[in-house]
Design a binder for this molecule. Structure first.
Ligand code: C2O
Length: 486
């Protein structure tokens, strides 16, 4: 359901931020009779201001944080006192003076720095196994800053937006839809900003079920060179649902700006919860299932932040793995039923077959075909894992992965690709795609003329275009099929 109130309003937002603290300046001041005022100067704060990144600093000592262990909750479970505290914390953050290293824009630009959106970016923590631990560390210091601003460092914890349950933007973040609400951001997709639902395919419980069936960290959370399956779907796709990858509604859709939307932190808190819940599936012993990497290159990755006292601190990936003991928060274990895809079958993903539906397709042995068909007939899920799928430079937005065989088209997955703040930093990067292809298994594994797989750009608001032609040709270095052991 769309609200009649349109919030296509963002060009002024950075100006609002620029002038933040000026009493009485609300988003509405930038409208004239409903007409959007756009001027070059309203983009004055774009691109991100790219501050000098903090470096070095006092290393985090595991065990030194002795605050109580407190539950991080869904925003939907916040009572009115908790909501008021959250809003007060964001208001205080937004009102910090220009020179303060904790200030709102500095926090947001820390994210820009760590996604290679700045020419002085130290590194890009996206697209590899640093994705989970860096964001966890970032949320930790951000949460401490907010907590100290409302004098509740001990008990203040961030909420998460569990989009698998809450299918709209959480009401406190969109209503009231003005700068009077410290959780509001004007730079959002107008449909969602007005109360619309997320696309029904995105960030669903069933997607989480699929991801939780992947028991190795590399496929779930990435390795040194490639992002994991969760990073593009649901992480990326939800980003691009909330913010389009272009102006003016782009905050969440662009890594250089994403953390300028308070919703970013609720989104990432949910991502953090999903990582934590995945780890909870590990059983003891020496196996590696559902456990984090033990490579020293992973454990020793270290980043610097500003803490609530504006001191530079550093923390490593290894320091954040045990969030309960080291970072003093827990989540309620998610109640997700899942299948374990323990049976891994090799196949080849070949590009490209000529013919009526030219495109990449799967080549499997007779034996594999039979196993897949048996699983399919038993209504047991079939997952296709494509590794080192390269996303060409300059591509961003939301895409559907579609199996095409003759007239039949079956959507088997989504890819959400965030733009970066600066054009020069757009680059080819590598992702892992885990697609639930159960519904298309008959076509993809057919003996004669199997289905081909295509990536279509979703129709987007700006262009009002129907589904566009192929966005890019899907290529993967490796492919495998995963089934439940039966
Ligand atoms: Cu650092 Cu959701 O991106």
């Amino acid at each position: 359901m769309k609200s009649p109130m349109k919030t296509k309003d963002t060009p002024g937002l950075d100006r609002r931020r620029f002038l933040q603290g000026t009493a009485g300046l609300a988003g509405t001041a930038l409208f004239t009779g409903g007409t959007l005022l756009t001027s070059v100067s309203s983009y004055a704060q774009n691109p991100p201001s790219c501050p000098v990144p903090p470096s070095g600093g006092t290393p985090f000592v595991p065990g030194s944080d002795k605050r109580p262990v407190v539950l991080r909750k869904s925003i939907g479970a916040f009572n009115s006192a908790e909501l008021t505290k959250l809003q007060d914390a964001y208001t205080a953050l937004r009102n910090l003076p220009a020179g303060d290293n904790r200030r709102w824009l500095m926090q947001a630009d820390m994210h820009a720095l760590f996604c290679a959106s700045c020419t002085n970016s130290p590194t890009d923590i996206h697209g590899s196994w640093t994705f989970f631990p860096w964001h966890r560390a970032y949320l930790y210091y951000f949460e401490r800053i907010l907590g100290s601003l409302v004098k509740d460092l001990d008990n203040f914890r961030l909420p998460y937006w569990d989009w698998e349950n809450i299918r709209t933007l959480p009401p406190p973040y969109r209503s009231p839809g003005s700068a009077a609400n410290s959780l509001w951001d004007g730079s959002r997709n107008s449909g969602l900003a007005g109360g619309g639902n997320l696309p029904s395919t995105d960030g669903t419980a069933s997607r989480i079920t699929t991801l939780y069936g992947l028991s190795d960290f590399a496929t779930f959370g990435g390795d040194a060179f490639s992002g994991g399956s969760l990073e593009d779907d649901p992480h990326g796709i939800i980003h691009v649902d909330v913010g389009l990858p272009f102006l003016p509604q782009h905050d969440m859709g662009n890594l250089g700006y994403a953390a300028r939307d308070p919703l970013f932190f609720a989104h990432h808190c949910n991502i953090d919860k999903l990582w934590s819940g995945w780890n909870d599936l590990a059983s003891g012993g020496s196996g590696t299932d559902y456990k984090n990497p033990t490579d020293s290159a992973f454990l020793n990755a270290r980043w610097s932040f500003w803490d609530e006292n504006q001191n530079v601190v550093s923390i490593s990936a290894g320091d954040v793995l045990d969030h309960e003991h080291n970072l003093r928060y827990i989540y309620k274990s998610p109640e997700i039923r899942f299948h374990r895809f323990d049976l891994i079958l090799e196949c080849r993903f070949l590009c490209c077959r000529p013919g009526p539906d030219p495109g990449p397709f799967l080549e499997v042995t007779e034996q594999v075909r039979e196993m897949v068909q048996r699983a399919f007939r038993a209504e047991s899920p079939v997952v296709l894992v494509l590794r080192q799928v390269s996303i060409p430079a300059g591509i961003s937005g939301s895409f559907d992965v579609v199996a095409v065989r003759g007239e039949r088209k079956t959507v088997v997955g989504a890819i959400g690709v965030l733009d970066h703040g600066h054009v020069v930093h757009r680059k080819t990067h590598s992702i892992t795609l885990s697609l639930d292809v159960t519904k298309a298994a008959e076509d993809l594994f057919a003996k004669e003329k199997p289905a081909t797989l295509h990536v279509y750009r979703r129709a987007v608001e700006r262009t009002k275009e129907k589904r566009q032609p192929e966005a890019f040709v899907l290529k993967a270095e490796r492919a495998e099929i995963r089934l439940e052991k039966r």
